[in-house]
Design a protein around this ligand. Structure first.
Ligand SMILES: [Zn+2]
Ligand SMILES: [Zn+2]
Length: 335
C-alpha cells in the first residue's frame, strides 16, 4: 500500500511540474502561433493568391477564410472561458456581435435561451473542493488557471491559446480549427508549384517575390503537417459535440458506461438530444438561436445558456445508469 502511495505521489509531483511548464511555456506558444499565422498569411497573399484564376471570385473567398481564421484565433485567446464566480454576462450590442432572430417566446433573450424548442432545466450544484465555491454541472476546476471553469473542455496551450476552453470561447475554438484546416489545406494545394520553385526543383534564376523563399518553405511544410493533425483533432471534437460531450465528459462517460454495463444497466447522457440538435445548440443556431450565416463570419455569439442551466432530454433530470457516489470528480485528495 505504502509503495502504491509513493508511486502515486511521484506521479502527482510529475503532473504538477508538467502543469508549471505548460503554464510557463504558454506565452511562447502564443508568440509562435502569431508569428506562424501572420507569416503564412503574408506568404499566401504575396506568392499564391496572385496566381489564382477568377480573382474577382477567389480573392473575396480567400480574404474571408483568412479573416475568420485570424479573428476566431484572437477571440479564443481573449474571450474568457467563463468562471463560476463571474457576474452574469450579457451579449454586446456592437457590430462585433451577431444579431439574434426574434424569439418565438418574445422578449429579449439574455443568459439562457428559454425556448419551446428545447427543454432546459437548472443545473445540479456541487461544491468544488479546491476553491470551495458552489459550481454547476459541467464546470471543472482547472489546475493551471486554479479556478472553476463553466463547461470546462480543456486547458489549451497547444494551439497557442494559453487559456481554458470553456462555455464562452469553445465556439471560437472549434471555428478557429475549421478555418485553420481549410486555410492550410488550400495553402498546400495552391502553393505546390511555388514550393517546387523555392526548393530549387524547378530552376528559377531569381525568386520573384517579396517574402523570402525560406519563410515560404517552412510555412508550407508546417501547413501540410498542421492541416492533417488539426483535422484529426477537429474531427474528434466535432464527434464529441455531436454526442453532447466535452473532452472531460467523453472520458467520464466511457467510465460510466462500463460501470453501468457491469450492473446490466445502460448509461444515457441526459444532455444528448440527438446529433443534429446537439450541434445546433453548440453553435447556438436553429429555432430561437442565431442564423446560419454566423458560421461564415467571425461574429461574437452568445452560448445558449449561462452555464447554470442545461438542455436535457425529455423525461431526464440526470444521466441514466449513474448512481449517487459513482460520479467522477476532478479534485484529487490534497495530501
Ligand atoms: Zn474550483
Ligand atoms: Zn485553465
Amino acid at each position: 500500500m505504502t509503495c502504491a502511495r509513493a508511486v502515486f505521489r511521484c506521479f502527482r509531483t510529475l503532473e504538477r511540474v508538467g502543469d508549471r511548464i505548460t503554464g510557463a511555456a504558454g506565452p511562447l506558444f502564443v508568440t509562435l502561433a502569431v508569428v506562424l499565422l501572420s507569416t503564412g498569411t503574408l506568404c499566401f497573399f504575396d506568392i499564391e493568391q496572385p496566381s489564382l484564376r477568377w480573382p474577382w471570385l477567389t480573392t473575396p473567398i480567400c480574404v474571408l477564410i483568412v479573416f475568420n481564421m485570424l479573428m476566431h484565433y484572437y477571440w479564443v485567446c481573449t474571450v474568457s472561458p467563463g468562471f463560476i464566480d463571474d457576474p452574469p454576462r450579457q451579449g454586446g450590442s456592437d457590430w462585433l456581435w451577431a444579431r439574434r432572430r426574434p424569439t418565438t417566446k418574445g422578449g429579449p433573450l439574455t443568459g439562457v435561451r428559454w425556448s419551446d424548442d428545447v427543454r432546459i432545466t437548472k443545473a445540479m450544484i456541487s461544491k468544488c473542493r479546491k476553491c470551495g465555491l458552489p459550481r454547476p454541472e459541467r464546470a471543472h476546476h482547472c489546475r493551471i488557471c486554479n479556478r472553476c471553469v463553466l463547461k470546462y473542455d480543456h486547458h489549451c496551450p497547444v494551439l497557442g491559446v494559453n487559456q481554458c476552453v470553456g462555455l464562452h470561447n469553445e465556439r471560437h475554438f472549434i471555428l478557429f480549427m475549421v478555418y485553420l484546416v481549410v486555410a492550410s489545406f488550400c495553402y498546400v494545394a495552391i502553393g505546390y508549384p511555388s514550393f517546387l520553385e523555392a526548393i530549387g526543383y524547378h530552376y528559377q534564376p531569381i525568386w520573384p517575390y517579396r517574402v523570402p523563399a525560406l519563410a515560404f518553405v517552412l510555412t508550407y511544410i508546417l501547413a501540410g503537417v498542421l492541416s492533417l493533425a488539426v483535422a484529426v483533432m477537429l474531427g474528434w471534437h466535432l464527434w464529441s459535440i455531436s454526442l453532447a460531450e466535452t473532452s472531460v465528459e467523453s472520458q467520464d462517460h466511457d467510465h460510466y458506461r462500463k460501470v453501468a454495463k457491469a450492473r446490466a444497466e445502460t448509461f444515457v447522457n441526459s444532455y444528448d438530444l440527438g446529433k443534429r440538435k446537439n450541434l445546433e445548440l453548440f453553435f447556438n443556431m436553429g429555432r430561437d438561436g442565431y442564423p446560419s450565416y454566423t458560421l461564415l463570419f467571425p461574429f461574437r455569439v452568445e452560448p445558449y445558456t449561462d452555464g447554470w442551466s442545461w438542455a436535457r432530454r425529455e423525461g431526464y433530470e440526470r444521466h441514466r445508469g449513474v448512481r449517487e457516489g459513482d460520479e467522477l470528480t476532478d479534485e484529487e485528495e490534497d495530501d
